[in-house]
Design a binder for this molecule. Structure first.
Ligand SMILES: *Cc1c(COP(=O)(O)O)cnc(C)c1O
Length: 413
């Protein structure tokens, strides 16, 4: 019996049930993944006991001889993986990392450009009710109504009009590749700091499948737990000239003691991403997403931008007559997990939007390939086209489970 099982059976049982859910269901939430057993061991290690405010070699407490080495290894591996001049591995997660970047390089009230939330941006990119939207004057750009894609000329015009101090090129529900060079040109033309938030696509960038903004941009932020497949957390990469400001903003500007158990997990994840196998994984994520997108289109699904270049698919269910919220709820009952999502120019609300967002990082980690993508498209279609048919849902739930049990989950099996 494990210590947790004997001491706190209530939490133990819930984790066991969650294990079963993760094993028997198809995980299509594009921001989720299965991290390795090695990463989880680091995150569950005794490093959680240690305080290490400051940076390697410049700490406020003693006993850092091991911690400093761990953090330096994480930094060096991240630099190598992304070709960055400077890396801060301490951010607790993506949202505090973005906040630290703003705090480092902007003054409150400064004008910033970010993609609108319902067009694929993140809450930290200027949502009016969020800290970013309250503390800074965010001007929000949109995608093109016809193409569902970024219109770089429209973005340039908006930048020339508003003269932002920073342009955030960041995407949480945008299925297409980004023209980083063009973004940087626009930022240079108006004298703005360029900031890329690659939280979703960092694994595809590290794996060489998508182009990297790191050579061009002043600052790049990524979470470590999405396509990058590490522990829950984030890192900030920047040019040397911003290094001091970024480090000071993370600590002591925004955070206290770094989570060194997570930083150890990040170091392990970076070493995994540096291996040749990770390139194969990243390529298969994209291949699976493209295949799933085509299979969904063949079933009459309408996709924003008509497809994907990445790991992510955004479907507008308006023509199917099923709102995103209901689709998410019913698909949950058959063991297919995805999320309801607004589509650009959505006529419904964020809590009950028109679309669903799905992606392939987690299923690809389990080893699923094109044949399984066909099965997933088929199940999505059968459930959404028969949204009231509970007998059919029960049958599909069993089919989903049988397929899933053939594909082991790292850290569980
Ligand atoms: C996920 C995400 C974040 C925030 O990450 P958290 O770890 O959830 O705070 C920030 N930006 C983008 C683009 C994201 O996709």
């Amino acid at each position: 019996m494990s210590a947790m099982q004997s001491q706190d059976p209530q939490i133990f049982d819930l984790i066991e049930h969650e294990k079963q859910r993760q094993k028997e269901g198809i995980e299509l939430i594009p921001s989720e993944n299965y991290t390795s057993a090695a990463v989880m061991e680091a995150c569950g290690s005794i490093l959680t006991n240690k305080y290490s405010e400051g940076y390697p070699g410049k700490r406020y407490y003693g006993g850092q001889e091991n911690i400093d080495q761990i953090e330096n290894i994480a930094i060096e591996r991240a630099k190598q993986l992304f070709g960055a001049e400077h890396v801060n591995v301490q951010p607790y997660s993506g949202s505090p990392a973005n906040t630290a970047i703003y705090f480092a390089l902007l003054n409150f009230g400064d004008t910033v450009m970010g993609l609108k939330l319902d067009h694929g941006g993140h809450i930290t990119h200027g949502l009016p009710i969020a800290f970013s939207g309250k503390a800074y004057n965010f001007v929000q750009y949109e995608v093109n109504r016809e193409t569902g894609r970024l219109d770089m000329e429209a973005i340039r015009k908006l930048a020339l009009e508003h003269k932002p101090k920073m342009i955030v090129a960041g995407f949480t529900a945008y299925p297409r590749d980004i023209d980083w060079k063009k973004f940087k040109e626009i930022a240079d033309e108006v004298g703005a700091i360029s900031m890329a938030d690659i939280s979703h696509t960092a694994g595809l960038i590290a794996g060489g499948v998508l182009e990297s903004p790191v050579p061009y941009f002043d600052v790049v932020m990524t979470t470590t737990h999405k396509t990058l497949r590490g522990p829950r957390g984030a890192i900030i990469l920047c040019k040397e000239k911003h290094a001091k400001a970024i480090d000071r903003a993370v600590f002591p500007g925004l955070q206290g003691g770094p989570h060194e158990h997570i930083i150890a997990g990040k170091a392990i994840a970076f070493s995994e991403a540096l291996k040749p196998e990770f390139k194969v994984y990243a390529k298969q994520i994209q291949t699976n997403a493209r295949h799933l997108a085509e299979a969904m289109k063949a079933k009459g699904f309408k996709l924003v931008s008509d497809g994907t270049d990445t790991h992510l698919i955004l479907a507008d269910l308006t023509n199917k007559g099923v709102p995103g919220k209901q689709a998410q709820m019913i698909l949950d009952t058959v063991g297919i997990t995805l999320n309801k999502n607004t589509v650009p120019f959505d006529t419904r609300t964020p809590m009950d939007p028109s679309g669903i967002r799905l992606g392939t990082p987690a299923v690809t980690t389990r080893g699923m390939k094109e044949p399984e993508m066909d099965m997933i498209a088929d199940w999505l279609d059968r459930v959404i086209s028969n949204i009231e048919d509970t007998a059919l849902h029960a049958k599909i739930k069993e089919e989903v489970k049988q397929m899933c049990l053939k594909f082991p989950v790292p850290g569980i099996d």
